[in-house]
Design a protein around this ligand. Structure first.
Ligand code: AMP
Length: 221
């Protein structure tokens, strides 16, 4: 079994983070921890907390840092993540979240923060055509899986995400550029940042990621 790894994956919405994080999680045998996915489960279950989260998510606003960090902390302390590591997708998204993550993991830290880099116009285009299985969350493109198509994996209905409207997409990307891009600095100062070109085929990008991660793990051992 490949030894575990602790990764933070940054990158503008539409860079392919969800897809690549899923593959990295299988490859390195560590849990894929996505705050967006965890929040969507709560929203779908229509719990009291889920109803509060939905208000932020529908508008493309960020959920408050303290709420988000509590959820992440609980998840990171579970044995699978604590023992083997994790692929953290969608967290941290703000400077206070990055500080909280460093504190949660202290005295250690993540092995690497990856910036999956994509130009804004390409991100907007990809998000507008993104379709997601309403049951298992598998991500498709509207070109191959228009609204109403059954999911290849579970047969669930494929549809557009509620927060992939034009306005919410623009809002989320604005927030990413304002709040999340400054985190590059946080990780660069700690010599933990690696930038990966997210353009190209899924396999090609995955190959770049694994090469970069294995190289950096090799040099740190
Ligand atoms: P995502 O699937 O990563 O695009 O996340 C969907 C939505 O969940 C975001 O637009 C936010 O409303 C919320 N969210 C996910 N992760 C975070 C986070 N780290 N901090 C605050 N809000 C978050």
């Amino acid at each position: 079994m490949v030894p575990g790894v602790r990764l933070v994956v940054l990158g503008m919405q539409g860079a392919g983070k969800g897809t690549q994080c899923g593959r990295l999680s299988t490859h390195y045998v560590v849990p894929h921890i996505s705050t967006g996915d965890m929040f969507r489960v709560a929203v779908k279950a229509n719990t009291e907390a889920g109803q509060v989260l939905a208000k932020y998510m529908e508008k493309g606003e960020l959920v408050p840092d303290d709420v988000t960090t509590e959820v992440v902390k609980d998840r990171l302390l579970q044995p699978d993540a604590a023992e083997r590591g994790f692929i953290l997708d969608g967290y941290p998204r703000t400077a206070p979240q990055a500080e909280s993550l460093t504190q949660i993991l202290s005295p250690e830290d993540v092995d690497l923060a990856i910036d999956l880099e994509i130009p804004r116009d390409m991100a907007v285009e990809r998000l507008a055509s993104r379709r997601v299985c309403s049951e298992c969350g598998t991500i498709y493109s509207s070109l191959t899986h228009p609204d109403g198509t059954p999911c290849d994996l579970c047969g669930g209905i494929v549809k557009q995400r509620g927060d992939d409207t034009k306005e919410a997409i623009a809002r989320r990307i604005d927030l990413y550029q304002r709040d999340t891009e400054p985190l590059f600095d946080h990780y660069m100062r700690r010599d933990m940042l690696v930038t990966i070109d997210a353009l190209g085929g899924e396999d090609e990008v995955f190959g770049r990621l694994v090469r970069a991660i294995d190289y950096r793990r090799g040099t740190k051992r």
